[in-house]
Design a protein around this ligand. Sequence first.
Ligand code: TXA
Ligand code: MG
Length: 346
Amino acid sequence: MMSDQPGIAPERVGLDVERAAGTLRAGGLVAFPTETVYGLGADAENVDAVERVFAVKGRPSTHPLIVHLSGARQLPDWVAEVPDAARRVADRFWPGPVTLVLRRGRRVPRAVTGGLETVALRVPDHPVARALLTAFGGGVAAPSANRFGSVSPTAAAHVGDGLGADVDYVLDGGPCAVGVESTIVDLTGAPAILRPGGVTREDLERALGCSVPVRARSAVRVPGQHPSHYAPRARVVLVEPGQVIGHAEYLAAQGRRVGVLLPPEFAGGAGACAGQRVIAVPDSGARYARRLFEFLRDFDRHECEVVVASVPTPDGLGLAIADRLRRAAGSRSQTAATPGCSAVAE
Ligand code: TXA
Ligand code: MG
């Protein structure tokens, strides 16, 4: 609640959608809830406001933003053309956690797309986001409402913790139900996933009737593909599931403050992790995704120096969870040093 948001004055937090829409119209920045994570929104057609988003986030201006719309019927206003595949994905998943990359319409300022000829668009599925987008009427350019490279906010209080007084108004819509960002699908050619997220690859493939590969590195710069992203302060080390407890014990024995993401199949071994901050991972992908970023924040709050985790199998939401954990580990991951224990992240 408000008292948990040290950086933001209490009068700047609430559920006043008209005030939020007026703030956007005046060129201000509004943090708002979506079903995935909180976004930091600006009028997509106001270049000064968009530039302020980049400045507040500390994000390089070459990394494009997603434009949020109130409904699929607005899509033709923002793109050069709507391919059949886009129509199919929008019909099936919007409002929802999937973002389409399409050829940019003239309405989209280059400040939003980082100079690219494509634009990313999505219709979020959260009653507060939809009310805001409907009241505002235009497109809202919004990245996740966190500083560049850090953990995305899944509750209003996280926005205040990260961005403080730089936000003009925060719409508090409670915790986010999906918890990881939208799936980004490039539909400018053969469909490809640029970032796994809240809509699974399996569901997309069913909707499109073809296989949809995950493109490891795209020609465009996607911040989610920065080597260390979604990262807590603690160093994240990824090992095989059966090695989590052993590696955590090894680090704890060296005097490290250790956080442990305990895989469900090893939950019985929690007792072995004495003195460590242990979080048992939910055994459903949806529940794990919903809480993943909250878990990473929890380890920081408990001043863990290192977090030991394993990546789930890459099916369903496991693909997005594995992606975020690998990026959280990023270049700060190191080869696990327990005998016979190999790190799975670079
Ligand atoms: O769930 C979400 O997608 C959240 C909520 C707020 O909607 N937003 C979000 O935004 O995660 P952000 O800025 O943190 O990540 C957006 C991603 C970035 O990786 C960006 O590079 C990519 O979308 N992106 C935006 N425009 C693109 C484009 N034209 N081509 C390829 N990638 C693009
Ligand atoms: Mg982000």
